[in-house]
Design a protein around this ligand. Structure first.
Ligand code: CTP
Ligand code: CA
Length: 228
C-alpha cells in the first residue's frame, strides 16, 4: 500500500546504508561501544525502499526490526562493518553512513575474561584507531568516478554547522547531514542540517520517519543534479 502512495524517487538506485553502533571487544564478555539506537538509519532504509530503491542495510548491534524488503547484514565491530560494506560497494549507487562507528578498538582482545586480581589493580587498555568506513568508501574509484554518491552523518554536541562543514570536506563527500545530540539519541524525532557544496538547509524537528522521507526526496534531487 505504501509503495502505491510513495513516488518512486529512487527507482533503479542501489542504496547501501550503515546503521547503529559498532561493538569492539575487550574480552569475551566486555567491550566498548557508541550510543546509537540505529533508528535514523533504519528509517532511511525503509524510506529508500518505499521510494523504489534496492536497499542493503549493514547494521551494528541494535534492537530493531528489519524494514520490509530491505536486505540486512548484521555486524559487530568496525572492521566487520568495513568488510561487509566493501563487499557491497561494487553494486551500490548511493552510500549513506549513519552508523556511529567506534573510533578506537582495544589493541588486543583477551582470549579469556579478564579477572579482578583482588589487589585493586586496574587493567591497562591500549587502543588502535578503527578504519574510517565513510572516508574509505568516498575515496574509492567508484565514488571518485561519480558512480557512487556518498552521504555522511555527524552527531555533534556543539557548533553543529561548523563541525558539519569541516567534516564534509574532511570526508570528501558531497552531502553531510548533521544533528545535535545527545538529546536526540534513541528518540523517535530529530532535526537535521543538510550541508552540501551549495550551502546549508534545515529539516526542522519531525519524526525520524518523516525526516527520512524528506531526506530521500532531497537525495533524489541531488542525484538528478549530479547526473545531469
Ligand atoms: N564514520 C565511519 N567510520 C568511522 C568513523 C565515522 O564511516 N570509523 C562515518 C559515520 O558513519 C558518519 C561520519 O563518518 O557518517 C562522521 O562520523 P563522526 O564520528 O561524526 O566523525 P569522525 O571523523 O569520527 O569525527 P569525531 O568523532 O572526532 O567527531
Ligand atoms: Ca567518530
Amino acid at each position: 500500500l505504501q509503495a502505491f502512495f510513495s513516488p518512486r524517487l529512487l527507482a533503479g538506485e542501489q542504496v547501501l546504508i550503515t546503521a547503529g553502533p559498532t561493538f569492539e571487544a575487550i574480552d569475551p564478555v566486555r567491550g566498548i561501544t557508541n550510543r546509537s539506537s540505529g533508528k535514523m538509519g533504519f528509517a532511511l532504509a525503509r524510506a529508500a525502499r518505499e521510494a523504489g530503491a534496492q536497499v542493503t542495510l549493514v547494521a551494528g548491534p541494535v534492537a530493531l526490526a528489519t524494514p520490509r524488503g530491505v536486505q540486512r547484514l548484521d555486524v559487530e565491530s568496525a572492521q566487520d562493518m568495513l568488510g561487509a560494506v566493501e563487499q557491497c560497494v561494487p553494486h551500490a549507487s548511493v552510500f549513506i553512513a549513519t552508523a556511529a562507528v567506534a573510533d578506537w578498538r582495544p589493541a588486543a582482545v583477551a582470549a579469556h575474561k579478564i579477572k579482578k586480581d583482588g589487589t585493586g589493580q586496574l587493567p591497562q587498555l591500549g587502543f588502535i584507531e578503527n578504519p574510517d568506513i565513510l572516508a574509505t568508501v568516498a575515496a574509492s574509484r567508484r565514488a571518485q568516478e561519480g558512480a557512487l554518491y556518498c552521504v555522511g552523518f555527524a552527531a555533534e554536541s556543539e557548533n553543529l554547522l561548523e563541525h558539519a562543514r569541516a567534516k564534509r570536506q574532511r570526508k570528501g563527500v558531497p552531502l553531510l547531514v548533521g544533528n545535535i545530540g545527545p538529546a536526540t539519541f534513541g528518540q523517535d524525532d530529530n532535526a537535521l542540517l543538510l550541508v552540501d557544496e551549495a550551502g546549508v538547509q534545515e529539516l526542522p524537528r519531525a519524526s525520524k520517519h518523516a525526516l527520512a522521507r524528506q531526506l530521500v526526496a532531497e537525495l533524489a534531487r541531488r542525484l538528478g543534479a549530479a547526473r545531469a
